[in-house]
Design a protein around this ligand. Structure first.
Ligand code: PBG
Length: 335
């Protein structure tokens, strides 16, 4: 852009900042409840909530209470909820078959939510880590995460989620070839309208720490995820991954984590123009919430500013643990 611009004092940028009305007229981006996807954690039982220590204000909920939460979210106008299960350690195995058990926590929650609040879109997580005895997203053989065998398992997991009523399948595992395999299987099973939101550019990040506590994967995890998640030093590779996943049948793509990777969001949106999302991950949430609880920042203002930054970077929507708080603030006119 090479704007024609008169010299000072003909140009004074402060003119359009002088009042709320002029600032509103000149505002380039907006944040709406339509831009929010709410990730929630599931646990067993009835009437159970369990606080997640490293994510103040976030709790795991039993299926009955996640239905209530979905009703609340839908009432606020939040379009989608994304489910993550805390799996009982006794169900974790090296072969991860709990991942495609139609009666697992996630599939029971999908059916309960779609039965009670059909208008909210339910997104799932496709990856083996909540079910894996060693905490990895893929099947481990002789110390290596095996790609193709994992993809076959992920296809089973995704199909059962679609059968249970999921609207959006979210493969977060970073195996190669999984989007094409899942898309082919969904089409063959008649799930023509189930969308895939690919975690296309997912980095091996320290910002996932609190999440691994929330799903109970921290204790189990051996080593790191660097052989499948991206190197944080890379940017061109993200474009190649997004191109690949769109070509394999992803409807939407994600960059993850969020705030430290907004440069990637901008490149992806500019290059492809596809529906583009980012995940404001657990560590990002914990930093904002933790600082606010200590009185070091204004939590609501920092939350809203961070979400607007995602929009400015080119996101069509944001997965955020702040979704309900943000929706309330937006509806009250504070955003
Ligand atoms: C794992 C998965 C992770 C997150 C979503 N899905 C963690 C990981 O890759 O280790 C992270 C979300 C967050 O930190 O909020 N399949």
């Amino acid at each position: 852009m090479d704007p024609i611009q008169a010299a000072f004092p003909a140009t004074r940028f402060r003119r359009l900042r002088a009042s709320p009305s002029l600032r509103a007229l000149a505002q380039e981006n907006t944040l709406s409840v339509n831009d929010l996807i709410w990730p929630v954690f599931l646990c067993d039982g009835v009437g159970v909530t369990q606080p997640v220590a490293s994510m103040p204000g976030v709790e795991r909920r039993s299926v009955d209470l996640v239905v209530k939460a979905a009703e609340e979210a839908a009432g606020l106008g939040i379009p989608a909820i994304c489910l993550f299960p805390y799996t009982d350690p006794s169900l974790k195995t090296e072969t991860c078959e709990e991942a495609w058990n139609p009666e697992n926590l996630t599939n029971r929650a999908i059916r309960a939510i779609k039965g009670a609040v059909p208008e909210i879109a339910v997104m799932t997580d496709v990856a083996l880590d909540p079910y894996n005895a060693n905490g990895h997203d893929g099947i481990v053989r002789n110390g290596r995460i095996v790609n193709d065998e994992t993809v076959a398992a992920l296809v089973k997991q995704a199909l059962v989620q679609a059968d249970s009523g999921a609207d959006i399948i979210g493969p977060s595992d970073m195996m190669d070839g999984r989007i094409g395999a899942i898309r082919t299987a969904l089409e063959a099973a008649g799930h023509h309208d189930v969308a895939i939101l690919s975690y296309a550019a997912k980095y091996a990040s320290a910002f996932y720490g609190p999440f691994r506590d929330a799903v109970g994967a921290s204790g189990a995890l051996r080593g790191d995820k660097k052989t499948y998640q991206m190197n944080p030093a890379n940017s061109d590779e993200a474009l190649r991954l997004v191109a690949r996943d769109l070509a394999e049948g992803a409807d939407m793509v994600m960059v993850k984590p969020g705030m430290p990777y907004l440069d990637i969001v901008r490149r992806v949106k500019d290059a492809f123009g596809a529906p583009t999302y980012a995940y404001q991950v657990s560590g990002e949430y914990a930093m904002i919430r933790g600082a606010a609880l200590n009185g070091w920042i204004d939590g609501e203002k920092a939350m809203l500013e961070s979400l607007m930054a995602f929009r400015r970077a080119g996101c069509d929507g944001v997965l955020t643990y702040f979704a309900v708080d943000a929706a309330r603030a937006i509806r009250a006119g504070r955003a």
